[in-house]
Design a protein around this ligand. Structure first.
Ligand SMILES: *Cc1c(COP(=O)(O)O)cnc(C)c1O
Ligand SMILES: [Zn+2]
Length: 413
């Protein structure tokens, strides 16, 4: 037994509860369903010692993840590095900054392995044999790889114009990959129709409530790796807005169990200017999310009609945070800054997050003398197009010492 204390699915709007099943919408008010737990059952039992005694994976927090038995998919996922970024601190003029580095998440180099390991473990418990997803890129690779390892059939739906690194690194696993001539929002709409017709576990449609809980492990790890402390400020990339809301939920859960003290953590959203419906709502002081048609190199964040936008807006404002957006040029500049200061190569989404963090610091929204965590959620090798022609090409010489000496002289000049 995993000892999970999951109780029910609960409507975020009207509070109606449902028994655990592959479903995601309230029958009464059409609100989204979320996993609810019996926290009281864990009172006094969920301790730092217990967690520390377990293997270094996201499953060391299993009581707060929504599967009944042992995890069967993604058993080794999680516990990525939290890097103290001294060089970046100097560059940004701040005193305490960390990178939570999910660009090296196992096995597909993005934080999506966290949500997929929960979704597919739950799909296996429900008895599904085929899994599927609508993806902006990273989910495609993660569902494909984890399904292959688990012996599940998979269908993966993507917008037709994704980066080669995303397409090929999903196709390699032998998934049925379907490119849709349209935006992610078109893909998502089609997938809702397909999910209604085919008896598949769509990780971000009918099993979305379980999938989304996997994101909490990103924040559990940050708090444990900070020495059982919540950060004062955390900057989060937003596509649907789900990760943003689950970081908030995770911090509240750890605070409730006394695993960390309440640090009054402020949560900041990050989006690309070319697809920033949540940031726009925060800046304009409304909780209405106006859908947009995405136009940005940050394709993994290009959701024009974000499912959790309303809730992300609320989490950001209730926590005392803010939301920012950056242009494509600023995204590439931030990718370079992270690589040149910390030796971490993130994808465009990481450029969005660091670029927004920099702007928020410069604007005085994030103070320079408090702890800041920047969430790096994906790997730069999957979005090479973004930096092509924007970093130095190799110096070309013949295999001769004289030619190399000339090069060194030219470098010094
Ligand atoms: C999917 C994704 C996110 C955020 O997704 P949400 O839908 O907001 O939870 C962030 N970064 C990367 C690299 C992603 O692939
Ligand atoms: Zn409801």
């Amino acid at each position: 037994m995993s000892g999970s204390i999951v109780r029910a699915l609960k409507c975020r709007e009207c509070g109606q509860e449902y028994k655990i099943a592959p479903t995601h919408v309230c029958e009464f008010c059409f609100g989204p369903l979320e996993v609810a737990y019996d926290y009281d059952k864990l009172e006094g039992k969920f301790t730092r010692e217990l967690i520390e005694s377990r293997p270094q994976t996201m499953w060391r927090y299993r009581e707060l993840l929504p599967i009944d038995g042992e995890p069967t998919v993604g058993v080794q996922v999680g516990f990525t590095p939290l890097v103290r970024a001294h060089n970046l601190e100097k560059a940004l003029g701040v005193s305490e900054l960390y990178i939570k580095n999910d660009s090296v998440c196992y096995p597909t180099l993005s934080f999506k392995d966290r949500v997929v390991s929960v979704a597919l473990s739950k799909a296996v418990e429900f008895g599904f044999e085929t899994v599927a997803c609508a993806s902006t890129g990273n989910l495609a690779g993660s569902v494909s790889a984890n399904a292959a390892a688990a012996g599940l059939k998979s269908y993966v739906f993507i917008p037709h114009d994704l980066e080669q690194g995303k397409v090929l690194s999903a196709a390699i696993y032998g998934t049925k990959l379907v490119g849709i001539k349209g935006t992610y929002d078109d893909v998502n709409r089609l997938c809702s129709e397909i999910a209604g017709k085919y008896d598949w576990a769509f990780v971000n449609v009918n099993v979305r409530p379980f999938y989304a809980e996997g994101s909490k492990s990103f924040a559990y790890e940050i708090m444990e790796q900070l020495g059982w402390q919540a950060p004062k400020h955390v900057v989060v990339p937003m596509a649907s807005g789900s990760l943003c809301t689950k970081i908030d939920k995770a911090i509240k859960e750890f605070t409730r169990f006394g695993l960390v003290e309440n640090a009054g953590t402020s949560i900041y959203g990050a989006q690309a200017t070319g697809c920033s419906p949540i940031t726009r709502s925060v800046k304009e002081g409304t909780d209405l999310i106006h859908p947009v048609r995405p136009d940005t190199i940050a394709k993994s964040l290009a959701i024009g009609n974000p499912a959790d936008g309303y809730y992300a807006n609320k989490v950001i404002l209730d926590s005392g945070g803010w939301s920012e957006d950056v242009s494509d040029d600023e995204i590439v500049a931030a990718m370079r800054l992270l690589a040149e200061t910390e030796g971490i190569f993130t994808e465009t989404a990481g450029g969005v997050t660091l670029g927004c963090a920099k702007k928020l610091i410069e604007a005085g929204r994030i103070p320079r003398d408090e702890s800041i965590v920047v969430s790096v959620t994906g790997n730069g090798l999957k979005t090479l197009e973004a930096i092509e022609g924007r970093v130095d090409a190799p110096s070309l010489i013949g295999p001769s010492l004289a030619e190399f000496d000339d090069l060194v002289k030219a470098d010094k000049a």
